[in-house]
Design a protein around this ligand. Structure first.
Ligand code: NAP
Length: 369
């Protein structure tokens, strides 16, 4: 077990705040919450100041309340923090949320209405008409929606969300193709790791030696709708979805971390398709986090991994500290136009790391002031 995770906190050209900004994590004891605690330990801009969970955990120290499951040691400073009950007053204006979706909707609204900037992983507000669903490499301009949200709330508070853990991998993998040719339709089959279900999510007796061809909580519907908002436009004070259609089939598989997916897609401009050009576009794909050199930004958001049997969860999920999406097996499709495999680390780029990158973008754009 190592003391810290190797993270991409290397490039520091974006102007850092004068001192580390205190932050709270809602749902800090859970699977994603623990990732927040781990990733924030050495974060150059943000400092973990408060942890919040259910009444089962409130009143205990974080060290007592959290059943720590990560392969780095629980940070000492975090272990000593008292766990606050959901709804408690917070000192921190920046609040990360990894709450169970049964309570996230109301709690996030409540903190945003009290003036906090809530950067959330939960599904509850992702599709709200004035809430950005951000992947900053793709749609950093969607943060303009915050202004409309602040008018509605009448203060500085706001909610910003990151997508479902599979959607992050899917949307990033197809973004260069959407830009080149325009996507018309796509089919995706996911093989999702068990950490995606939270610590208590899938019984070992159900998942070992097995694959479960169903994930509850509207997983397929999220994968079929969220990419269209992400790859759409913020125009005249509203989101306009990208027009393509998606069909998703999801499976829970017995890997710990890393959602793997196979994608087939058809494009509008099919006469121009060139597989080499797509590979080059994947390799050259960059966005605002790379331009601004945000601390958590991977140097390359997309890595094309050569080899007939790649990417694989165990071998490829930790690329660039788990912040890059790995792509492989790009080739023509026998029914649609192109097919490929993509892999995303579901609790880092698909959850806590994504939210931290979103918060860095907000800070760099002056929206946390
Ligand atoms: P989890 O392991 O079950 O953790 C849930 C957290 O919510 C725990 O801290 C828990 O606190 C808290 N909580 C539950 N009920 C509560 C209540 N009534 N009041 C206050 N706090 C309560 O779940 P997870 O996998 O980390 O997922 C958290 C959220 O992120 C979910 O909305 C999920 O959909 C989303 N998400 C997860 C992933 C992933 O890969 N896991 C990826 C993207 C998004 P206690 O420990 O005190 O019960």
């Amino acid at each position: 077990m190592s003391d810290t995770l190797t993270l991409p906190y290397t490039a520091r050209e974006a102007k850092p705040p004068s001192k580390r900004i205190p932050v709270a994590v809602l749902g800090a004891t859970g699977s994603v919450g623990q990732r927040f605690v781990q990733l924030l330990e050495a974060h150059p801009w943000f400092k973990l100041h408060e942890v919040v969970a259910s009444e089962r955990s409130a009143g205990k120290s974080y060290g007592e309340a959290a059943d720590w499951r990560l392969d780095t040691v629980m940070p000492n400073d975090a272990a000593a923090l008292p766990v606050k009950n959901l709804g408690a007053d917070l000192d921190s204006l920046l609040v990360f949320s990894s709450l169970d979706s049964s309570v996230a909707g109301e709690a996030e609204d409540d903190y945003a209405n009290r003036g906090c900037v809530v950067v959330s992983n939960s599904r509850n507000h992702r599709m709200d008409p004035d809430v950005p669903l951000l992947i900053p490499e793709i749609n950093a301009d969607h943060i303009a929606a915050i202004e409309r949200q602040r008018k509605r709330r009448g203060g500085r508070g706001a909610i910003i969300t990151n997508p479902n853990c599979s959607v992050v991998g899917l949307a990033m993998a197809i973004a260069p193709i959407e830009r080149l040719y325009g996507i018309e339709q796509l089919h995706v089959t996911t093989m999702q790791a068990i950490s995606g279900a939270g610590y208590a999510g899938v019984a070992s007796y159900a998942i070992l030696d097995n694959v479960i061809p169903y994930i509850g909580g509207g997983e397929e519907q999220k994968i079929e709708s969220e990419p269209r908002k992400i790859l759409g436009r913020w125009e005249n004070d509203r989101f306009v979805d990208a027009p393509f259609r998606i069909s998703a089939q999801v499976n829970r598989v017995p890997t710990i971390d890393g959602h793997l997916m196979t994608i087939s897609l058809g494009v509008r401009n099919r006469n121009s398709i060139n597989v080499d050009q797509v590979r080059e576009a994947i390799d050259n794909f960059r966005g605002e986090p790379q331009n601004m050199r945000l601390p958590s930004a991977p140097k390359k958001p997309l890595h094309y991994v050569a080899g007939d049997d790649r990417p694989q969860p165990r071998l490829d999920r930790d690329r660039e500290g788990g912040m890059s999406v790995s792509i492989g097996r790009l080739r023509p499709c026998a029914i649609l136009d192109l097919r490929m495999v993509a892999l995303v680390h579901n609790t880092i780029r698909g959850a806590a790391g994504a939210a931290i990158l979103n918060a860095e973008l907000l800070e760099a754009k002056g929206l946390l002031a």
